[in-house]
Write a protein that binds this ligand. Sequence first.
Ligand code: ZN
Length: 412
Amino acid sequence: MKKSSGFYALVLAFLFFIFPSIQTSANEGMDVYILPNGGNIYQEDRQTIIEKSPAKSYVIILEKQEAWSKVRINQLVGYVKNAAMSPATSKVMKISSGSSPILRETNTKAAKQLTSIPTGSYVRLFGQMDASFSLIQTGAAIGYVYSSTLVKPIGTKMNVTYKNGAAIRFVPDMAQPIQATLKTHTPVFAYPAIDGWFYVDSSAGSGYALANKLQKNMATTTPPKQTSKKQIALTFDDGPHKTVTRQILKTLAKYDAKATFFVTGRSVKLHPIVLKETFAAGHEIGNHTFDHVKLPTLAAKNAQLQITSTNEIIKNTIGQQPTLFRPPYGAYNKSIQALTDMPVILWSVDTLDWQHRDASKMLQIVKKQVKNGSIILMHDIHQPTANGLDAVLNYLSAEGYTFVTVSALTTP
Ligand code: ZN
């Protein structure tokens, strides 16, 4: 029996009535797979090879068929054998403040624009495609955004505590459909979203959940790796410095230690090469304002500028935004925190190196105060700090500690 086109128009109108907020887009509802060992992309005849894709290429499934799938790889559309593919994994990233990137169909500036992603949203990152673009999922939509708009968020280990579980949604809005419900006691990583909501990530599903369905996991208020490994985060503030930072980099390399450097914009401007060397050696870079000012004493606009101008100069120097923020003197309040998406990182062990300028005192203080999960504060602008570091790392290594970045310490 053939139905009239009028009937289909009615069905369509009805669907739009139920789902008024769903925007149709080419990649919506699709999956991302990976070609672990690479593979051939064929034309529709399944015989003519269009391209040989290297190992670990990401493909967007446009149409899943029995033994083959129609896929998109960047600008290319073709067919791949299902046997060559496995589902891709993704991780949580955040859209950096001030940017609301366009999700594109392919990894080119001229590509079809699918949707615009609001500032501060959480998205799933599959991987970086090239120098500019990353493949991501936002809600149900899959596409490409400029990698520079993504920042790594820091989550807290929590549990679903509400007796009926926690419903998760694509957007933090009660009016939107529920995608799944996480059972009571499900462990999640929770990332703060708009008031009253978290973005939660778990093996049972990911999305936005109401904050009152979750509780902080008390067992992990100390860093999650405590039971398995002894780890600490070394942090160095106020650099880069032309000679002191370089001496510290050498000592860190000797102990295979990764550290976090909270740099000021003005010092980066003076010694961009030193920052490049630091980043290239695998260390994490954080923002420590442009002029090393007490932020709460400034007008909001100027405080913001202290942070954003430093983000900018760091990005122009190493090619990516800093991931963390440490306010000078540890001085901040709620309104300062609201100026940035970056987590505020203070410290748990203060070596007071800036005060005593004594290489041996640093070791005494560390010996007394260090424990698993410590974040140790030092400054890479004082010569005695660089001179005393070897003894500190020698002691801590002998105690079984390894040295990781702040992000590695605070995320799984
Ligand atoms: Zn400082």
